[in-house]
Design a protein. Structure first.
Length: 107
């Protein structure tokens, strides 16, 4: 059975000057193909850079994907746009997901 994928748009709720953005980069709107609204948040966050993908690992088995702004309901809302075309693959299909999302807290 083929999974039913849909197109979702993740749109910022908070203004770029909102203090909730202090630990995340403002990224604007992103469009993804996913199974559900929750999966849309995951698909967008998976496109971001993670500590496991660079040499500056905080510790083995530790990930930064839970800190993604796309998973924060105060920063982003998810809007279902409709069914994805046949043959679509899960992931980001529109907008730009920045890869400079890891912000150092050490000066």
């Amino acid at each position: 059975m083929q999974e039913e994928l849909k197109i979702f748009r993740l749109a910022p709720l908070a203004e770029p000057s909102d203090p909730n953005w202090q630990n995340a980069s403002y990224q604007g709107e992103v469009t993804v193909v996913a199974r559900s609204s929750g999966d849309a948040r995951l698909a967008a966050s998976e496109a971001e850079l993670d500590f496991r993908e660079i040499d500056a690992k905080p510790a083995e088995g530790v990930t930064t994907d839970m800190a993604s702004a796309f998973r924060n309901e105060k920063l982003y809302t998810v809007i279902e746009e409709g069914p994805a075309p046949p043959g679509s693959k899960r992931g980001v299909i529109g907008g730009t997901v920045r890869i400079d999302n890891i912000i150092s807290t050490q000066l």
